[in-house]
Design a protein around this ligand. Structure first.
Ligand code: ADP
Length: 167
């Protein structure tokens, strides 16, 4: 069984992430999308929201979405996965990804990181830019699944105090 971990914040999932997942599915028997929940990045969406949006958007049966706390290499070992998938959009991604891949190799030499390039039209897409557009009231429907576009609109209306959060 060839199993890979695709880790990230997914705050929120974009069509670029989904493109990487589809590509990873052609290479591995199972892809585990690992949502980092101890992120230092102050995510917009809570872990449960990020997990639910991913589960909703992914149709492939060979993909599992799971929360991940702690070290990636430990998570990978606990799932019996020997590969980590990351997406590369542009040269600007390279330096950080290179450092992380080599650090992870140092921590666990059995785990190999592989990089996948998305469709050209997604190379300029990031969760951060999607959040910026949505915050300013722009249309993000070409960049994220429909339920994510809705969740973004709602999140920013809650932040502006226009609607009450669901409790
Ligand atoms: P991070 O792990 O930096 O929080 P994300 O959760 O946004 O990043 O993304 C997880 C992985 O997906 C990273 O490898 C990132 O480079 C990749 N990725 C994000 N957006 C895209 C995209 N549009 N196309 C390809 N890969 C992407």
């Amino acid at each position: 069984m060839r199993r890979a971990i695709y880790p990230g914040s997914f705050d929120p999932v974009t069509n670029g992430h989904l493109d990487v997942i589809e590509r990873a599915c052609t290479l591995f028997d199972e892809v585990i999308v690992a949502v980092a929940i101890n992120d230092q990045k102050q995510p917009l969406f809570a872990p449960d929201e990020r997990l639910a949006m991913l589960r909703n958007a992914i149709t492939n049966d060979n993909v599992r979405v799971a929360p991940m706390e702690g070290l990636l290499v430990e998570f990978a070992a606990s799932e019996n996965a020997h590969a980590v998938v990351r997406g590369l959009r542009a040269i600007s991604d390279f330096e950080f990804e290179f450092q992380m891949a080599l650090m992870n190799r140092k921590l666990d030499p059995d785990i190999e990181t592989i990089f996948l390039m998305p469709k050209e039209e997604y190379t300029y897409l990031s969760s951060r830019i999607v959040k910026e557009i949505a915050k300013l009231g722009g249309d993000v429907s070409a960049f994220v699944p429909p339920q994510v576009a809705k969740a973004l609109a709602r999140k920013f209306r809650i932040k502006l105090g226009e609607v009450a959060p669901i409790t």
